[in-house]
Design a protein around this ligand. Structure first.
Ligand SMILES: C[S@@+](CC[C@H](N)C(=O)[O-])C[C@H]1O[C@@H](n2cnc3c(N)ncnc32)[C@H](O)[C@@H]1O
Length: 303
């Protein structure tokens, strides 16, 4: 199957990384390698580029996309939460890290991966298929309270409490095994009037379970701390957040995103203000700060 992922904020991410000839760059979320290819086209042949992904399908696709750069490329299978381990022995220091968070279209496009609320598939949602916990584990085994918290914090779903309750009632009759079974339970839980407007009624809950299954926030938090010791002076960490929850990254504080993400993003922000790096959101809002904490890039413009 062709891997067709549209890399978000491609030009901005390349620019933010300040990729220079001869440097070492680490893409911690290689995916379909859209960003990677654009970066590699800019950095010259003396640079080293390490691409990490925990998904075998993504790595296989990236290998094909990047075949012309094989001389300067190292592809690594692993979870970026183990960054130290993944980089040890391969490099001494790094000039730029990229985290392009979220899932690739390949996850949604293949129903058997269980990420899609539009097509039927097993309740899976694992990026790394060797991992034990699947969406089915969470949906069928977690307590009502845990489900509520996950759906509320990671999905920002206002009907989180009802959805958790409906899941618990449904699984008492029969365990939930497929994505469309879960979609039906979610639809039953959300009043018809509330379902008429806005995104697909299952979108937020599926996002929440995906984040929980893949422990996305703890992985990011852990990885960001590890990046510090690898980063060269003037190195950069660029984080692109795919969730619609970060509406603003402001100097001094971060507003309007849920508890779950706050910690992870605060840490990113901390690094951002102290180590000279960038955070990007899908809305094109990018703010960067220099070491003295003055904003030098905001909403598409250098200041
Ligand atoms: C949004 S996609 C990246 C797309 C890529 N930048 C491109 O341009 O094609 C995110 C990728 O990160 C991977 N990923 C997510 N969390 C990860 C983690 N903790 N460790 C390693 N890879 C991860 C996913 O498997 C997915 O392939």
């Amino acid at each position: 199957m062709e891997y067709d992922h549209k890399s978000v904020l491609l030009a901005e991410v390349v620019k933010q990384l300040h990729s220079k000839t001869g440097g070492t760059l680490v893409d911690c979320t290689l995916g379909g390698a859209g960003h990677a290819r654009a970066i590699l086209e800019n950095i010259g042949t003396e640079s080293l580029f390490i691409g990490i992904d925990r998904d075998d399908t993504a790595l296989a696709a990236a290998k094909i996309v990047l075949e012309n750069f094989s001389q300067q490329l190292l592809l690594v299978k692993g979870n970026f939460k183990d960054l130290d381990q993944l980089l040890n022995g391969k490099v001494d220091a790094v000039d730029g890290f990229l985290f392009d968070l979220g899932v690739s279209s390949i996850h949604f496009d293949i129903p058997a991966r269980g990420f899609s609320y539009k097509n039927d598939g097993p309740l899976d949602m694992r990026m790394d298929k060797s991992q034990k916990v699947t969406a089915a584990t969470i949906v069928n085994e977690y307590s009502r309270n845990e489900l509520h918290q996950i759906i509320r914090d990671y999905g920002e779903e206002r009907w989180a409490s009802r959805i958790a309750q409906f899941i618990v009632e449904a699984r008492e009759r029969k365990s939930l095994e497929s994505t469309l079974e879960l979609v039906q339970v979610i639809k039953n839980a959300i009043p018809a009037k509330a379902r008429r407007k806005g995104p697909h009624p299952a979108k937020r809950t599926f996002q929440a379970f995906r984040i929980a299954v893949n422990e996305e926030l703890t992985a990011l938090e852990s990885a960001l701390w590890q990046t510090i010791k690898w980063l060269n002076a003037k190195g950069r960490i660029v984080v692109r957040e795919i969730r619609g929850t970060i509406t603003a990254v402001k100097k001094g504080y971060i507003e309007t995103f849920p508890e779950g993400t706050q910690k992870a993003v605060s840490i990113a922000f901390h690094i951002l203000t102290t180590l000279f790096c960038g955070i990007a959101t899908q809305y094109g809002k990018i703010e960067c700060y220099s070491k003295d904490q003055t904003t030098f890039y905001q909403n598409g413009e250098f200041m």
